[in-house]
Design a protein around this ligand. Structure first.
Ligand code: TRP
Ligand code: ZN
Length: 866
């Protein structure tokens, strides 16, 4: 059997970081000529090629599914014997140092269901080239260290595609015969081919302008379907705010005369930073109060900023090879996080970002797909657009910024941009620039790029009354991860403060550098034992274990002046009670109830911060705290304490819910905070099981003038089985079934519901007439959300596993990239009981036995079995 498997599915080749070789040929210029049509598009490419160094190797142009209809060198059409194809690539032996090479290929964009390369979406034509999609458009050395100047000519039917956009600046346009028209765009900045883009569409434009710090006017355009124009205001504001912020904080100015953004309905990821022509998943552009939640609004702001910031961190300075992906992604996430913090609340943004990091990255780092932020090998690069590369990558930059301080960090980033402008750089280049510009030794710190796994830090305090000193002993371990059984100690910056329990004050905070496996720090001047506040602001992406009592945590949850540490103390208080209960101990939950009451009634606190802090850790997070996850026990324990919090504080919840009702909608941080708290109150009220709970939720659902309150009410109802649940779901469906992004919420809310029949409901929704595998947002709304619903997905029948595996198998035939993203939840089998683990493994094996399985899913499923 094992033999049969290995012969039917040839293992995909492994690409290694250390195998990097400089390119044999460079392509300083490329001219592209597109004759665009959804059924049949012709692409003529003219490449200027120059030999790079002394060698006699042929020109190799990557291709994926392309057939060369013509190959011409220096104007002479080649015979079929003068070139050949090798694994899709076009190989042309050439003598001499420089040539002009021309190829012609044909594409069928409307049949491109992978959404990589040139494809059709909702009647428009667009491209997605990162990471390796350009080779599906034309023959080209598809690697990020080949930088070329692009000239792009497009011709298309004018009625169907009145708008023709590409990278750079528009040069010329005109009408052609047969109702067609053409446009010519030039991009003066040499760029890697993954940043190429074009769009042919019938779209309307939200046009605006921005004057840069040197006084240049930039024309801004956000292109959407005419009817969606009123939903683009928030994205435009975010774009202008981002442009100003990057000038102010990093001294980075925009460099072209135009900046366009196009929203498309079918997109594999969030958005793409193509030079001067960003292409977005429409969910990160469109927002209005009727259809978008506050989280959606923040998503629009953050992703618009992220893609804009890539113009410097990614485009002007790009990556030498895909192992350096975190060079642009980690740094750019760090930049967009700080931008969003500056636009709203630093405290709340940090809490949200850490919650995301723990939910996605810590899970990844403790499982079979763990990898360093600079991986050593991959089979399919699309599988490495991970939370580790993005979010842990951002944390690594954040630690450097913390160690350096704002000024020296800016000196380092200035040096980095100046030294590498126009180049394809490495993570090492970034670290070197930080060392030189910021005057710091990052020798040991580099291990954050090399070692996978979340470090654990044990912190213990010993007080000595005689000398009035306290000694903090820190011990670190980095767990083994695939391919890395033994780990070296990391350099871990821990922001720490010691609170005097008598005065409630601390003696100033310090940045402790933990660099050894075990290290002690002694502090004088403590007559009595202080209370430890550590990893303040989440200064390092580590798991800290302390022996702090519930009383100490309660103290910090009420008094810590670091908002993150305050939130963290509350979370730890809750985790201790819940994990204790799950282990069958009779832990007192009084401290939790008191802490929530104190927080709720503290007039000094921001409502958004209160809402974050009083929220129970998710079922998945609780699972992460256990050696073996018991989904049913976790659900029961969490449900019970939720009911108790709801019941004991019922008057407060009713009061908060009533007081936070607004007269009219506003998107201000204060209004968002009020809604967040209102929804938290509603949630506890419904959980309390009060008789009028569903009625209150239904009233909020019906009366809300915004999606934030409407969807939250629907979510609260969806967890229960009241008649209001079905009524609200029906109303929601009928009201929004014509709007894909909003209908996604209808699928997602049900897939996420903590409802005993969630598995059956998801199975039925998979057969719903509005469900389609062709749209990645819809797939993620149903199966992506469901796989994140620990209680439902891990139903002991194994039905949840089967549903997701069925989806992966069906989707792989259309869109392997999106299919592969559904595999990791099945790979966490080691953390579950034998029965569940067996069922999960069986599904992974069933997936791997599929004939013709993609490289994407093969890599994720086979690694997940190890
Ligand atoms: N570079 C994009 C970003 O982070 C990510 C991205 C968009 C992507 N589309 C993709 C990655 C397709 C891989 C494949 O903003
Ligand atoms: Zn990015």
């Amino acid at each position: 059997m094992a033999d049969m498997l290995s012969t039917t599915t040839a293992a995909p080749a492994v690409i290694r970081r250390t195998d990097y070789q400089v390119p044999d040929w460079l392509i300083p210029d490329i001219a592209l000529d597109f004759d665009l049509d959804p059924a049949l598009t012709k692409v003529r490419a003219t490449l200027s090629v120059t030999r790079n160094g002394a060698h006699d190797r042929p020109l190799r142009l990557d291709g994926d599914g392309l057939v060369p209809l013509e190959v011409t060198v220096d104007g002479r059409p080649l015979e079929q014997t003068e070139w050949h194809l090798e694994a899709g690539a076009l190989i042309i032996p050439l003598t001499g140092e420089a040539h002009s090479v021309e190829t012609l290929v044909e594409l069928a964009p409307e049949r491109n269901s992978k959404l990589m390369g040139l494809y059709a979406s909702g009647g428009l034509l667009c491209t997605q080239c990162e990471a390796e999609g350009f080779r599906r458009i034309t023959f080209f050395p598809d690697r990020p260290d080949i930088l070329s100047r692009y000239s792009v000519r497009m011709i298309a039917d004018k009625a169907r595609f009145p708008i023709l956009l590409a990278n750079g600046d528009p040069i010329d346009q005109g009408d052609a015969a047969d109702g067609r028209h053409w446009a010519l765009w030039n991009d003066p900045f040499p760029k890697p081919c993954y940043l190429f883009a074009l769009v042919a569409a019938d779209l309307a434009c939200n046009a605006d302008s921005f004057t840069t710090m040197s006084g240049r006017a930039v024309q801004l355009g956000i292109w959407v379907k005419e009817a969606d124009l009123p939903r683009t205001a928030h994205a435009m504001k975010a774009l202008k705010d981002s442009m100003a912020w990057d000038e102010r904080i990093y001294g980075r100015e925009y460099d072209l005369d135009v900046f366009n953004i196009v929203a498309v309905a079918d997109f594999n990821f969030g958005a793409m930073e193509n030079k001067g022509l960003n292409i977005f998943n429409s969910r990160y552009i469109l927002a209005d109060p009727e259809t978008a939640t506050d989280i959606d609004y923040d998503g629009v702001e953050g992703v618009v900023a992220h893609e804009y910031f890539h113009n410097w961190s990614g485009n002007r300075v790009t990556c030498r090879d895909w192992f350096q992906l975190s060079l642009k992604e980690g740094f750019t996430v760090f930049r967009d996080q700080n931008f969003s913090a500056d636009m709203g609340s630093h405290a709340v943004k940090r809490i949200e970002d850490v919650r995301i990091l723990r939910a996605a990255q810590f899970q990844e780092d403790s499982g079979p797909l763990a990898h360093p932020i600079r991986p050593e090998s991959y089979m399919e690069i699309s599988n490495f657009y991970t939370s580790t590369i993005y979010n842990k990558g951002a944390e690594v930059i954040r630690m450097m910024a913390l160690m350096l301080g704002a000024e020296r960090f800016r000196a380092g980033s200035d040096l980095y941009f100046e030294r590498h402008d126009g180049q394809a750089a490495t993570c090492e280049d970034f670290v070197l620039a930080m060392e030189e510009g910021g005057q710091i030794d990052l020798g040991q710190f580099r291990r954050w790029y090399e070692q996978a796994g979340t470090p654990h830090v044990r912190a213990q305090m010993a007080h000595d009354a005689a000398s009035q000193t306290v000694t903090l002993t820190l011990e670190q371990t980095v767990p083994p991860t695939p391919g890395q059984p033994d780990k070296q100690p990391m350099a871990i910056p821990l922001r720490t403060a010691l609170f005097d329990s008598a005065t409630g004050q601390h003696h100033g905070h310090e940045l402790l550098m933990l660099t050894q496996p075990q290290q002690s720090f002694t502090f004088p001047g403590f007559a009595s034992a202080p209370i430890l506040s550590i990893n303040r602001g989440f200064s390092a992406p580590v798991i800290v274990e302390t022996n702090r009592s519930q009383a100490d945590l309660a103290f910090l949850s009420a008094h810590d002046d670091d908002p993150f540490a305050r939130y963290e103390a509350m979370q730890q208080l809750m985790v201790n009670v819940l994990i204790g209960r799950i282990a069958g101990q009779a832990v007192d939950d009084g401290a939790v109830i008191d802490a929530i009451r104190n927080t709720l009634t503290d007039p000094m606190l921001d409502p958004a911060f209160i809402a974050e802090t009083i929220r129970l850790p998710s079922e998945a997070y609780l699972g992460d705290q256990m050696k073996q996850v018991d989904p049913d026990a976790i659900h029961a324990a969490r449900d019970a304490i939720q009911t108790k919090i709801g019941t004991e504080l019922e008057t407060l919840w009713r009061d908060v819910h009533a007081k936070t009702k607004a007269n009219a909608f506003s998107i201000s941080p204060a209004a968002k905070g009020a809604r967040k708290l209102r929804n938290a109150a509603l949630h506890y009220l419904v959980a309390a099981g009060a008789q009028d709970g569903p009625a209150i939720a239904f009233a909020q659902f019906s009366e809300a003038d915004n999606m934030t309150e409407r969807q939250a009410a629907l979510g609260s109802l969806a967890n229960g089985s009241s008649p209001e649940r079905e009524a609200a779901l029906d109303i929601f469906y009928n009201r929004y079934s014509a709007d894909a992004l909003t209908l996604d919420k209808w699928f997602q809310t049900q897939a996420f519901a903590l409802h005993p029949d969630a598995v059956e409901q998801v199975e039925e929704l998979g057969r719903h007439k509005d469900f389609t595998l062709a749209n990645p947002n819809r797939v993620r709304s149903l199966y992506g959300a469901f796989a994140g619903n620990q209680w439902a997905f891990h139903h002991k029948s194994g039905k949840g596993y089967r549903l997701v595996a069925d989806c992966i198998i069906a989707l792989d035939k259309l869109n392997p990239q999106t299919a592969a993203r559904l595999v990791p939840p099945l790979g966490r089998w080691k953390r579950f009981d034998e029965a569940r683990a067996t069922l999960m493994r069986a599904e992974l094996q069933r997936i791997l036995a599929e004939p013709g399985l993609s490289k994407d899913v093969t890599e994720q499923a086979s690694k997940s079995l190890e």
